[in-house]
Design a protein around this ligand. Sequence first.
Ligand SMILES: [Mg+2]
Length: 167
Amino acid sequence: MPKTLVPDFVFDKFSDVTAEFLKEHNIKAILSDVDNTLSPYEHDVPNDEVRAWVKNLQDSGIKIALVSNNNYERLDKYNAEMGLVAYADAGKPSRKCYFKAASDLGVDIADCAVLGDQLLTDCWSARRVKIPCIIVPPIKDKRDLFHRFKRAVEVPFMYIYKKRNKK
Ligand SMILES: [Mg+2]
């Protein structure tokens, strides 16, 4: 079984990823997915919890950028108030937008971590860039056949993660 897509860390939700945790692991910046990681597809704008989490990280000196495979229309509206470094149409698992985002944030890519809900895009990108990957379960899963297939592919990797991290 290839272990390349086993995430480094798994949390119940984005807000469990705290500045303390990130500092403990020498992570200075988060390159975060949007859809199903921070908000469900149908939320045009971040809710209070997302905004509070972002502000809290920033106040603690952690930088954050949004890297999404969704389009600019979606991301511009979502990011309008927060004004974060943000790349849409990222083409994950392409590495390009991660390097751009790190450079825009003024941090070394090696000091970043990826946050996302999908192993095949978010975790794979992190592997390719050789930075840690933090996975949260999707807020609201799309249940069409394509997405069900993608989730099924993820099962063995999540199994390895759980086995490794069993107390
Ligand atoms: Mg996502």
